[in-house]
Design a protein around this ligand. Sequence first.
Ligand code: FEO
Length: 401
Amino acid sequence: MHCTKKITDDLTWVGANDRRLAMFEGVYSVPNGVSYNSYLLNDEKTVLFDTVDKAVQHRFSENLAEALGGRALDYLVAQHMEPDHSAGILDLLVRYPDMTLVCNAKTLAFIRQFYDADIDARVHIVKEGDVLDTGKHTLHFIMAPMVHWPEVMVTYDSADKLLFSADAFGCFGALNGAIFADEVDFSKDYMDEARRYYANIAGKYGAQVQSLLKKTAALEINMICPLHGFVWRKNIQDILSKYLLWSGYAPEETGVMIAYASVYGNTENAAELLACRLRDRGAKTVMFDVSVIPASDIVAAAFKWSHLVFASTTYNAGIFVTMEALINDLAAHNIQNRTVAIIENGSWACASGGLIREKLGKCRNITFLDGSISIKSSLKAPQLSEIESMADALTGSFPNI
Ligand code: FEO
């Protein structure tokens, strides 16, 4: 049975939720599911914005047929070719033989890469600034390369002032009956997932996201319709301001994120002691055991907090495996503008601290605090003063405490 949601008089959500997917893109856990959003505009012409992942293809097809109400589909706008949004394209070309696929040249190249189909006669290529009149509505195409794939574009409906934003402004989590961000307590229940989505999906491409934000700043926007998560119709500034911070790699909060890797609990003990001394000084702290918490959560936290502490044992003369994966992930996502302190541990020879510093040192504008702590197997009483000094150095570099 179809399950659609009305967005405006002319626009219907025809997407679907997947709560059985374990790992989005094979790497990001989605314990609360994920939505694949697709939107049908019923104007003089009918226009579908993107399709869905193959996992929810059946529900999507039912939804689309119901929302069309027996009309033909005139246009499919493909804004992003990643298969979680493009899996339905070939099926729609068969199901709706008069449908025209609207996309840019790069998208067409990707379609040829992903799928075997001779579709050139069915394609209308658009570029930056092109428009498509569908009757009451006029669609303006805005290129958004590397947000987060090369072919990405977004679409602005100047009649209702809607921005179809592709993956931008998306969020992990199934919709659970709601469709608008103001129907849920977004700040409390979803902002962490929006940040995790942004940091891991688009975090590497801050400059490109900023360039899209500059283009959209010139538009009057009543709603943002992303390809995952909720539609924004109220307090749009809430998510826009977060995107400005995240894409500029500016911390949201002053405080210390401590990520630690500990084999026998001694590195963890040092991390705990540091957290206690930081709290004594009034600092906010969060802690992650990198062997337990997925890297995507910690990458997201690193985008939030101003100060980062990495505490790692040495393993096979290198950084402990899970910590090394995290550090590589942070560097891959372009983490920058952070103050970093390091605690290393090693029973034979401490190597992890220097190696962490070397990897993060390649990121932009990382300030390493003097006074890294080096532990031989376990922290001893004389080293408590080093913990105190690190807490002083961290809080001393806070802007306002
Ligand atoms: Fe939701 Fe980049 O695909």
